[in-house]
Design a binder for this molecule. Structure first.
Ligand SMILES: [Fe+2]
Length: 266
């Protein structure tokens, strides 16, 4: 069995700068400390993109300082708010593929984690994601070399329409192409961020999960246009437990006050 911690949409801002009144760096530090205290046994943590809010060096430096307290290896990923070049300057040791994309494979007990890089600043409208042929070829090889292990695939932009119209417009441009490729491999679950809301789905037979942010969240405004709607609902991270290719997905709202555990009939 392996345990994996998942954070997405951290959106670090420079010292003192807030998002709808929330301090993203303080929120992430709080979430990381919470996960470190309760899950020191995790094998690794995946950070699923939008690590920084504007992609400037100062934001990645703050992130790096906070991550110094992480008790597990960390697998970082790119989101639409990130700047790949600046990120690589501050995190030169971060795994990348032979083409320089922030993509990686990590094999745990009986399961392969595949983390993808959907950042493409050339997409229209801006903030959409795309996996170019180089990245898809790399994924194809990672799936082909899984050697009987189940694969968990992580990417920032969900590869399906969520119903949040404004966010779907800046979704993954070649989602159908990706889903075709995923269907050809031993993929047991797909994980994404970007929306800032907890969502689960089955798309073309593939189970998928979207995680909330540790900071600001998307309000329940299905069909709404625009991509900036944000509310200060509780911050969260995810906990995955795996047994071979099977995975169980948990969601932890770490900003809720801790209360005494009572007993009741369930
Ligand atoms: Fe985000």
């Amino acid at each position: 069995m392996a345990k994996i911690i998942v954070f997405t949409d951290i959106h670090i801002r420079a010292e003192g700068q807030r998002i709808i009144g929330l301090d993203p760096a303080a929120r992430f530090a709080q979430g990381l400390a919470h996960a470190a205290r309760l899950h020191p046994d995790a094998a690794c943590a995946v950070l699923m993109g939008d690590l920084a809010d504007t992609g400037v060096r100062a934001e990645y430096e703050i992130l790096r300082r906070i991550l110094a307290d992480a008790p597990w290896p960390v697998i970082p990923m790119m989101g639409n708010h990130d700047n790949r070049e600046v990120f690589r300057q501050v995190f030169p040791e971060a795994p990348r593929d032979p083409n320089g994309f922030v993509q990686a494979v990590r094999d745990l007990e009986g399961v392969r984690l595949i983390t993808l890089d959907t950042l493409d600043p050339s997409t229209e409208p801006h903030h959409g994601g795309r996996l170019c042929s180089k990245r898809l070829d790399w994924l194809k090889a990672a799936l082909a070399q899984a050697q009987g292990q189940g694969c968990l695939v992580f990417l920032h932009h969900p590869p399906f329409d969520t119903g949040f119209a404004g966010m779907d417009r800046i979704g993954l441009h070649n989602a159908a192409e990706l889903r075709d490729l995923l269907a050809s491999g031993p993929v047991t679950h797909v994980f994404a961020g970007h929306i800032h809301r907890t969502i689960t789905a089955t798309v073309d037979g593939l189970p998928m999960t979207v995680f909330k942010s540790p900071c600001h969240q998307m309000p329940m405004m299905l069909g709404a246009e625009g991509s900036g709607h944000s509310v200060p609902e509780p911050g969260a991270y995810g906990i995955l437990t795996t047994r071979g290719p099977n995975v169980v997905v948990h969601f932890e709202d770490f900003t809720l006050p801790e209360t005494e555990v009572g007993q009741s009939a369930v």
